[in-house]
Design a protein around this ligand. Sequence first.
Ligand code: TPP
Ligand code: MG
Length: 281
Amino acid sequence: MNHSELKAKAIQIRMDLLKMIHGAKTGHTGGSLSNTDILTALYYKIMNIDQQNPKWTERDRFIASKGHSVESLWCILADLGFFPKEELGTFSQFGTRLIGHPNNKVPGIEMNTGALGHGLAISVGMALAAKRDGKSYRVFCLMGDGEQAEGSVWEAAMAGPHFKLDNLVGIIDRNRLQISGGTEEVMGLEPLEEKWAAFGWNVVSIDGNDMDSLVEAFGAVPTVPGKPTLVMANTVKGKGVSFAENNPAWHHHVPNDTQLSQALAELSASLELLSQEGQVR
Ligand SMILES: Cc1ncc(C[n+]2csc(CCOP(=O)(O)OP(=O)(O)O)c2C)c(N)n1
Ligand SMILES: [Mg+2]
């Protein structure tokens, strides 16, 4: 996929996840919209994966440490054929495997997440295993910025550089909001990049909703030999839907019929703009 096709795909995934959340009447709308571009870059351009063989030993690993915003991930895995797309209609319904957090009953999911603060430690273990087994797969771990308040994140942050895991990429969805308001009000994080750098990570700061920057940053891994990379993905929570953007209420808010129509209209307009610019065939 070229970059224009990736941008169009991300818009399509946003439309899919909004319809899914609306149908289920539950979901983490804001965080899913904020990380859609990150996941699109990883799943459609960067990661070596095989949907026909989800347990392929050489596959790159993705750990959704901010497990609550699983909706973008479900839509992408369905779109790629890890499971039938119709199954998205069962999201969060009784008996489904597509519950509100990643779980490894679903092909393509490496670990159960949702309790924040655990994904990076598991990712360190996976990256260390790759080194010790002489394998070349990479491990990408997506964390929230609110999640940075978990102490266990910082234990793993110490271990990554200690073991020289240049096959490990931590990504922070830096949307500056968490469940109950701004990250700097709830638990101040700044200077966040300097903290990660001081722990020994190669820190790369980008616009996390910009496809070109995402592909460039992830495509460069391993960026510095012997060092894990931390991608500070500066994003907008609720990205793509005007009334959800930067609005803490949309962490968990579900669109009503009118809001869904408006959101889909806005996203269709963005798609139309892309094609007018001649960027999408
Ligand atoms: C250990 C733990 N404590 C509390 C929660 C409840 N919780 C769910 S989402 C969330 C806020 C997360 O904010 P952030 O990491 O910034 O995610 P995003 O903004 O990307 O949605 C919290 C506190 C949780 N899932 N796990
Ligand atoms: Mg956040």
